[in-house]
Design a protein around this ligand. Structure first.
Ligand SMILES: [Zn+2]
Ligand SMILES: [Zn+2]
Length: 319
């Protein structure tokens, strides 16, 4: 999986940063999921060499314009450029109204189905089936399933974080290795496949773990919408491999951050540290910091060293 940042600016576009949008790519971009869709996202997708038709899922964090003004246009272009497969849109309450009105008023007729799901107060999407840990399952075509859960943040309007847990991949079993050791055909292979040991008639012990590749542990990551730091952080936000979070203000602007429901660099760094995340990527940078971005990074770095400041078209492989 790969993340491609398409827009990393806060509030308004600037010559160097477009407004919020982030692609999660599977299979070299043959399938992509989009997180937020600020104005100009379509062109950023094209500049990034990606195809709009390959977007199958869109996750909207909140309904501020810098996160959704590009959405109706992107849906229209997806239709005009041959997109026929259904599109899933997840978001806060109001996203369905926004899209319905925008498409109706502009007489935009899509050639594919849009399945819009609005989050409920309990953080769940009504048509999804949740497991005991509160996750529902998403099935990319060319990747193993991801477990997903949305959680309400603390912004000036309803705002969500999307938490994604990639499922583990079992190690592949190699029967030819067992064959080479003289394991006779039959049920013993099933035992080896489970990673257990067998004893051959000649007393030789064969270990199933030697016949199987090492399993891959799924990665866990979270894409945060705009938010103040949370007073309470639920267990599923802890020990993540990666957190993508806004850092709209430097620490000296904390009063402004509080007023506008945003976070400062230092606040996000302390949060990542307390959540024991492995890596932090900062985005949603205010235009006031153009040419001073190194200082933003330094403020964070001193508290949480594993941090990167995303730029438009920054790529991060999740593996
Ligand atoms: Zn924003
Ligand atoms: Zn916002």
């Amino acid at each position: 999986m790969k993340l491609l940042f398409l827009g990393t600016g806060a509030g308004t576009p600037s010559p160097t940063r477009n407004v919020s949008a982030l692609l999660l790519q599977f299979d070299q971009g043959k399938e992509t999921w989009l997180f937020d869709c600020g104005e100009g996202t379509q062109q950023q997708i094209m500049r990034g060499g990606m195809a709009i038709q390959h977007i199958s899922h869109i996750f909207i964090t909140h309904l501020h314009g810098d996160h959704i003004f590009g959405l109706p246009g992107l849906l229209a272009t997806r239709s005009l450029t041959g997109g026929l497969t259904p599109l899933h849109v997840f978001g806060p309450s109001g996203i369905a109204d926004y899209l319905d009105h925008s498409l109706k008023i502009t007489q935009t007729h899509l050639r594919y189905d849009v399945i819009i799901e609005e989050v409920q107060n309990n953080g769940q999407f009504p048509s999804q089936i949740y497991n005991q840990q509160g996750f529902f399952t998403l099935y990319p075509r060319s990747h193993r399933p991801l477990l997903c859960q949305a959680y309400h943040l603390n912004h000036t309007i309803e705002s969500l974080v999307y938490v994604m847990y990639e499922t583990d991949k079992k190690g592949q079993f190699h029967p030819e290795r067992a064959q080479a050791l003289g394991v006779p055909p039959g049920p013993l292979y099933a035992t080896l496949k489970k990673g257990e040991q067998i004893t051959l008639p000649d007393g030789h012990i064969v270990d199933g773990r030697d016949m199987t590749d090492t399993p891959l542990v799924g990665k866990k990551f979270a894409i945060f919408g705009d938010s103040r730091p949370l007073d309470y952080t639920p267990p599923f936000l802890h020990y993540l491999d990666l957190i993508v979070h806004e850092a709209t203000f430097s620490q000296d602007q904390q009063p402004l951050a509080k007023l506008s429901g945003h976070s400062t660099t230092a606040e996000v760094a302390y949060m990542a540290r307390s959540l024991q995340a492995s890596q932090l990527i900062l985005t949603h940078v205010s235009t006031r910091y153009t040419n001073q971005e190194e200082s933003l990074l330094q403020e964070t770095n001193s508290i949480f060293p594993e941090v990167t400041l995303a730029r438009d078209f920054s790529e991060f492989v999740i593996q």
